[in-house]
Ligand binder design. Structure first.
Ligand code: FE2
Ligand code: FE2
Length: 175
C-alpha cells in the first residue's frame, strides 16, 4: 500500500465516526437553531456517504460480499433516507423532531455495526475477498471532497428524491 493512497474502508469509517460525533452533539444541543443546524449537517453527511457507498463501494462488493447482507444494506439506506426527508421537512418546534433524529441515530448505529463487524461485516468481507481498497479509495476521496458531482440515485423511496437533490447541492460544501 503506498503512503499517498487512501484506503476506501478507512475513508468510509472516518465518515461513520464524524456522524457519530454529530449525533452526540445533537443530544446535548438545547437551542433550536443549533439543533436544526446539526440535524441538517447529519442529514447531508449521511446522504453523501450513502450515495458514495451505493455508487462506488457497494457495486464493487457485488459477488464478493454475502448477497443478503448487501440487500439489507441497500434497504437500510432507503429507510434512513425516508427518515432524513422527514427531518429536513420538519423543525425543532415539531413535537417529534428530536425523536426522529434519535431514531435515525439508532438506525445508523445498527447499519454501521453491520458494515464494520469484525470478520463478518461488509467491510471485512470485502477486504477478505481482496477488493483493492486503494484503487477504490481515490474515487471515494474525490466524491467526499465534492469534486465528483456524478452521484446518481438508485431507485429510492419517493420521499428520498428531494433529499438526494438537496445533498447534491450541498456536496460542494466548504468542509
Ligand atoms: Fe452504508
Ligand atoms: Fe457506511
Amino acid at each position: 500500500m503506498s503512503q499517498s493512497s487512501k484506503d476506501a474502508v478507512a475513508l468510509l469509517k472516518a465518515d461513520h465516526r464524524k456522524v457519530e460525533k454529530l449525533f452526540e452533539s445533537f443530544k446535548s444541543a438545547k437551542q433550536s437553531d443549533r439543533k436544526m443546524k446539526l440535524a441538517q449537517e447529519i442529514c447531508t453527511e449521511l446522504m453523501i456517504h450513502a450515495t458514495i457507498e451505493e455508487e462506488l463501494f457497494y457495486p464493487a462488493c457485488k459477488g464478493e460480499v454475502d448477497d443478503d447482507m448487501m440487500a439489507e444494506a441497500y434497504v437500510e439506506h432507503d429507510g434512513a433516507k425516508v427518515m432524513i426527508a422527514e427531518i429536513l421537512a420538519s423543525s425543532p418546534d415539531d413535537r417529534f423532531f428530536d425523536a426522529k433524529v434519535t431514531v435515525l441515530s439508532e438506525e445508523i448505529k445498527h447499519h454501521v455495526k453491520e458494515e464494520e463487524a469484525p470478520s463478518e461485516g461488509v467491510f471485512a468481507q470485502a477486504k477478505k475477498a481482496g477488493l483493492d481498497m486503494d484503487d477504490l479509495g481515490a474515487p471515494v476521496a474525490g466524491s467526499q471532497a465534492g469534486t465528483d458531482g456524478q452521484v446518481e440515485e438508485r431507485a429510492p423511496p419517493a420521499a428520498g428524491d428531494q433529499v438526494v437533490y438537496w445533498a447534491r447541492a450541498q456536496a460542494g460544501r466548504s468542509s
